[in-house]
Design a protein around this ligand. Structure first.
Ligand code: IMP
Length: 201
């Protein structure tokens, strides 16, 4: 099997995490920033699983000779009935940034009057593996936690400065990347992918 993995994303933070965690399995882990001719897939699904499959299959159809991995992930907050969920990347609108999304999340939690344990939620990740334009398998992972009252830490990306994983007092933005990888939604899904790779490569 080819020793290059294509990650079907333009989010270089995600690619970086996947590259760090899959170290040793592939000579190269590259993403769609290396393929400007491939357009961004429309995430029209209503679940992480559907969107991961859309992204993996579209990119794989365009690069049929490669093994393609897509990650669809996001944050579900109980006091907001599961929002932002599959809309995590665009929570504060079409021109959303990680920062504007975090500001909106804190505003919505304040409106909902959610304090302490009422600020519970989880990150979810669905990984979809595809080859030759066809889905090969999927792997999931999640991590429970609490949404902090204010941003803390500069590590990671997205909602990391607001997410305190279960069993810790610091946010993913404060914890070292190795600690995040060991317990994150993406880390857990990637552990399942590694088992698949050991068995199938
Ligand atoms: P996607 O690219 O459509 O899967 O959107 C993922 C979005 O979920 C990101 O833009 C982040 O806002 C959020 N997200 C997913 N994984 C993480 C993570 O590990 N840390 C922080 N935010 C994340």
């Amino acid at each position: 099997m080819n020793s290059t993995l294509i990650v079907a994303t333009h989010n270089t933070h995600k690619t970086g995490e996947i590259r760090e965690m899959l170290g040793g399995f592939f000579e190269e882990v590259v993403d769609l920033t290396a393929f400007p001719e491939i357009p961004e897939a429309d995430e029209t699904g209503t679940t992480f699983s559907e969107n991961a499959a859309i992204k993996a299959i579209e990119a794989s159809a365009a690069i049929p000779e490669a093994l393609v991995l897509a990650d669809d992930s996001g944050l579900e907050v109980d006091a907001l009935d599961g929002a932002p969920g599959v809309y995590s990347a665009r929570y504060s609108g079409e021109d959303a940034t990680d920062e504007s999304n975090r500001v909106k999340l804190l505003e919505e939690l304040a409106k909902a009057g959610a304090k302490g344990k009422k600020r519970s939620g989880r990150f979810r990740c669905l990984l979809c593996l595809a080859c030759g334009g066809v889905m090969v398998d999927e792997f999931d992972g999640s991590v429970e936690g609490i949404i902090a009252n204010e941003e803390k830490g500069k590590n990671g990306f997205g909602y990391d400065p607001l997410f305190i994983p279960e069993g810790h007092c610091e946010t993913f933005g404060q914890l070292p990347s190795e600690t995040k990888h060991g317990l994150s939604h993406r880390g857990r899904a990637l552990e399942k992918l590694k088992v698949w790779l050991k068995a199938n490569r």
